[in-house]
Design a protein around this ligand. Structure first.
Ligand code: AOF
Ligand code: ZN
Length: 343
C-alpha cells in the first residue's frame, strides 16, 4: 500500500480536483503491474496498472491481488468504471486504503466487487491515505476548497517589516514553497503583500503548473505595472476592473469588502480543491479568526530579525502532522483538528 501511495504522489499537481491514486498488482509476492492517475480527465490508476503488465505475465492476472490506495470507481465519469475492468480481468482479491467519499462511488465499488465474488479488504493504512488526499476528501465532503495557511517567522516572532520586502527563511525553503504552489490550485495574497513584495506568485523555482493567482485589491491600489496584473497567468482580482486588454485576468468588481466565504464558494465552483494563503498578516488572521482554514504550514527561521509585523498566533487544539528541516529552517505542518479527516 505504501508503494501505491508513492505512485499516487507522482500525480501531485496534475490531477486536482481528482484524488491522487496509485495501484499495484502483486502475484505471489512479486509486483507484476503498477500505475497511477497521471492527469485529470485521463485514465485511472487501475487502468495504467493493468496496462503495465508484461505479455508474459498477463496469464497471472486472475491469480493476483490488486492494491489500490482508493476504492476503484463504480461510475461512468470521464472514464469507464474501474470496477468493471477488475471484473473483466477476473482479479480475485482487492486491497484498498480508503473508501472513495465521492457520492457517485461511496462504497458501491466495493459492494459490486463483493457481489461478484471478489475478496475485498478495506481500511489498510487508511489514515495515511486520508492524509495524502486531504484536499480531495475535504473538497468533496464540505463543498469548499481545502485552505492552507503558510507563513515564515523569525525566532523573535516576526513575519516582516512594514513597506519592505524581506526574506525571513532561506533559499531552499523558497523552492519548497514553489513546490507547494505547484501542488495547489490557487494562491491568495492580500493587498499589502501585493504592494510590498510585488510577487509573481508562480512556481518558477520548482516547475510544474502555475496555480490560479488571487489578490484582494478592493481600493484599486496595486500599480498597473505590478507582476500580479501582468496577465501572464490566470488571475482573479477581487476589486474594481481595470482598463486594458486582459485575457487571463478576471475582475470581481462587485466586491467592496473582503468576503472569504464568497471567495471559497467561487473557488469550489471553479473546481479548485486547494487554496494556499501566502499572507500577509491581516489576511491570515482573518482566516484564523473565522476558522476557515484546514492546515498551517509554519516555517520557523532560527535567527532573529528586526521586524514589526508580528506572526499570527497559533490557534489552540491543532494536531501536529509533520516536522522536517529544510536548510536552516524548521517546517511544521498542523491540521485543524476541528476538521476530522474521517467523518
Ligand atoms: C479510481 N481510480 O485512479 C481515480 C479515481 O471523471 P473521472 O472518470 O476521472 O472520475 C473522477 C472520480 O473518480 C473522482 O472524483 C474520484 O471519485 C474517482 N477517482 N477512482 O478508481 C483512480 N483517480
Ligand atoms: Zn476508476
Amino acid at each position: 500500500m505504501r508503494r501505491c501511495f508513492n505512485l499516487a504522489l507522482l500525480g501531485a499537481g496534475h490531477v486536482a480536483p481528482n484524488p491522487m491514486v496509485g495501484a499495484v498488482l502483486v502475484h505471489e509476492g512479486r509486483i507484476i503491474g503498477e500505475g497511477w492517475h497521471q492527469r485529470w480527465g485521463e485514465a485511472h490508476a487501475e487502468v495504467h496498472c493493468l496496462r503495465s503488465v508484461l505479455p508474459e505475465n498477463r496469464h497471472l492476472i486472475p491469480y493476483s491481488t490488486l492494491y489500490c490506495s482508493l476504492e476503484p470507481c463504480f461510475h461512468f465519469g470521464k472514464t469507464p468504471p474501474c470496477v468493471n475492468l477488475i471484473l473483466e480481468h477476473k482479479i480475485p482479491r482487492v486491497v484498498i486504503a480508503n473508501i472513495d467519499p465521492n457520492p457517485k462511488v461511496a462504497g458501491q465499488g466495493v459492494a459490486k466487487m463483493r457481489a461478484a465474488g471478489v475478496e475485498v479488504q478495506t481500511g489498510i493504512l487508511e489514515e495515511e491515505g486520508a492524509w495524502l488526499n486531504r484536499s480531495f476528501f475535504h473538497w468533496i465532503r464540505h463543498n469548499r476548497p481545502y485552505v492552507v495557511l503558510k507563513w515564515a517567522q523569525s525566532a523573535n516572532g516576526f513575519i516582516g517589516r512594514t513597506g519592505e520586502r524581506v526574506a525571513v527563511s532561506g533559499p531552499l525553503v523558497q523552492r519548497l514553497v514553489h513546490r507547494w504552489r505547484s501542488t495547489s490550485d490557487a494562491i491568495l495574497v492580500g493587498t499589502t503583500t501585493a504592494l510590498t513584495d510585488n510577487p509573481k506568485l508562480d512556481a518558477r523555482l520548482y516547475g510544474g503548473k502555475n496555480p490560479l493567482r488571487i489578490v484582494f485589491d478592493i481600493e484599486k491600489k496595486i500599480p498597473a505595472e505590478y507582476n500580479i496584473l501582468d496577465d501572464s497567468i490566470e488571475t482573479w482580482v477581487f476589486g474594481p476592473a481595470r482598463s486594458g486588454h486582459f485575457t487571463r485576468t478576471h475582475f470581481f468588481s462587485s466586491e467592496d469588502k473582503i468576503n472569504l466565504p464568497n471567495l471559497l464558494q467561487q473557488l469550489y465552483q471553479a473546481n479548485r480543491a486547494t487554496l494556499l494563503v501566502e499572507g500577509g498578516a491581516m489576511l491570515l488572521k482573518q482566516f484564523l479568526e473565522n476558522n476557515l482554514w484546514d492546515e498551517i504550514r509554519l516555517i520557523e527561521h532560527p535567527g532573529s530579525m528586526g521586524g514589526d509585523v508580528k506572526a499570527p498566533v497559533l490557534p489552540v487544539g491543532m494536531a501536529l502532522k509533520e516536522t522536517y528541516r529544510v536548510g536552516m529552517d524548521n517546517i511544521r505542518i498542523f491540521c485543524n483538528s476541528s476538521v476530522s479527516l474521517k467523518e
